[in-house]
Design a protein around this ligand. Structure first.
Ligand code: BMA
Length: 325
């Protein structure tokens, strides 16, 4: 592992032609890092005060879905607080904890916003902000239930906050399109636009059942680079892989390119065996504009957390070259 001040990094293995390659020391977070954790996966990592912080999905040994705060000096070795994250909320009804999972963290202007799948009469999108990763102010849920995979854009679009989400059902949802919504104040959401549907089976089977946004979109000259998961329903259940799309910069609900090929699919032992086999579920990425490097954090088999590396220009080229649009 090469260490620098920007992000974790490991070069592409010799002879590999992969666009995204796995860290040789995966998984970076074991399932039992906490004495009470059954699994730690689908988690969000950001740069914070010259190091890293994150919000982690830690299911406990009661199999309850909880969020925990963690810190790291190098983005690889994590100290996760043993006690669950507690949000502060002015409205008791909204602040009442039911469950929380699959967090994303997005820095906008002067603070970090957390979005997660929040239990409120079924899953919907919870929203909170923090400036210090100590206190978290919870806001209104963004949408009606049922919804998952709420992912904010890192800047306002046309003067409004913008979020991708995936309306769903109360179960394991055998469908799912990505939508885009805007808000002037992070309380009232509207101007909902359709972004994309699952792909036709004959064109790109890994994403033919449902799709959902992954890490915070990255703004590039070619558009917003969105890494998203896609699901295939096999005879053995759902298989979660991920690929990439480029969204128009000023109208991010317009998809310019969308990879027909996946960037990563469950192939290693830790992705194929665990509490939910065959799941690669990205929730965060760090990148460095100067070098084009990107490090993607993804949940593996709903059990542990892995890292994969790539170069942004190569991912953009791959998105265009394999595009099904
Ligand atoms: C989704 C979410 C994810 C999970 C995935 C596979 O519906 O619950 O947290 O990784 O299923 O089980």
């Amino acid at each position: 592992m090469e260490q620098n001040q920007f992000m974790p990094w490991e070069e592409r293995p010799e002879g590999s032609k992969e666009i995204l390659w796995r860290y040789s020391n995966n998984p970076v977070i074991p399932r039992n890092l906490l004495p009470t954790s059954n699994s730690i996966f689908n988690s969000a990592v950001v740069r914070f005060r010259g190091a890293y912080a994150g919000v982690f999905r830690c299911d406990d040994t009661n199999r309850r879905m909880r969020l925990h705060v963690g810190f790291s000096r190098n983005g690889v070795d994590w100290e996760i607080r043993p006690e669950p994250l507690k949000f502060t909320c002015e409205d008791k009804e909204i602040g009442e904890w039911v469950y929380g999972y699959d967090p994303r963290v997005c820095f906008i202007e002067d603070r970090y916003y957390v979005t997660w799948c929040n239990g409120y009469h079924g899953p919907t999108i919870g929203v909170a902000w923090t400036q210090d990763f100590e206190t978290f102010q919870q806001l209104e849920n963004a949408f009606l239930p049922f919804n998952r995979n709420g992912v904010l854009f890192p800047r306002k679009i046309d003067g409004r906050f913008a979020m991708l989400s995936r309306p769903s059902d109360n179960g394991h949802t055998p469908f799912g399109d990505i939508f885009y919504s805007e808000s002037p104040d992070l309380q009232f959401w509207g101007r909902h636009r359709h972004v994309m549907s699952p792909a036709p089976f004959e064109e790109s089977a890994w994403q033919c059942t449902k799709i959902g946004a992954g890490p915070i979109p990255i703004e590039t000259a070619e558009g917003w680079l969105l890494i998203y998961h896609g699901v295939l329903q096999s005879c053995n259940g759902f298989v979660y892989s991920f690929g990439s799309a480029l969204l128009a910069r000023d109208q991010p609900w317009k998809v310019k390119f969308r990879s027909g090929a996946y960037l990563l699919s469950p192939q290693t032992g830790y992705e194929c065996a665990g509490d939910v086999p065959n799941v690669c579920f990205p929730c965060a990425a760090l990148h460095d504009e100067a070098t084009g490097r990107i490090a993607v954090y993804y949940g593996c088999a709903d059990t542990v957390t892995g890292l994969a590396f790539g170069y942004l220009p190569e991912i953009i080229r791959f998105t265009k070259e394999t595009s099904i649009i």
